[in-house]
Design a protein around this ligand. Structure first.
Ligand SMILES: [Zn+2]
Length: 128
């Protein structure tokens, strides 16, 4: 018996870490929506290139750099969690639901930062 190795998120590609985080249309849609909500500038590249850009340009501890890393890492975590939920619990969510979970986590994290400057630019993260 051969296990089905197709991606459970898009049903269109062979599952691999590379596909799940860099090629999958479902993951790309989630990342696009999170990026827009966090106002991370669009780079018009593929996700792998954006991650390379982020790693190179976000070595500082500025709010913008930290926000980019938080958005990226939270997105990766929730995409992995969504994948596992579909496989092991047969529960699936649409991309908007995954984005809402990611933004909830980001809001909680950012609002807990003691040095977060309360400004109109940062208010999008703390809006309840
Ligand atoms: Zn996929």
């Amino acid at each position: 018996m051969q296990a089905d190795s197709s991606c459970v998120l898009c049903h269109g590609g062979q599952e691999s870490h590379f596909h799940l985080f860099f090629e999958c249309p479902f993951s790309a849609l989630v990342w696009l929506q999170v990026r827009e909500k966090c106002e991370v500038p669009p780079l018009d590249w593929d996700l792998a290139s954006e991650i390379q850009w982020g790693v190179f340009h976000c070595r500082t501890k500025s709010i913008q750099a930290t926000t980019f890393k938080l958005c990226l890492l939270t997105s990766i975590y929730y995409l992995w969690r969504e994948r596992n939920s579909k496989i092991f619990r047969q529960i699936s969510s649409d991309s908007s639901s995954v984005v809402n979970l990611i933004m909830g986590e980001i809001n909680e994290c950012v609002c807990s930062w003691r040095r977060m400057v309360q400004s109109s630019k940062n208010s999008r993260f703390c809006a309840k």
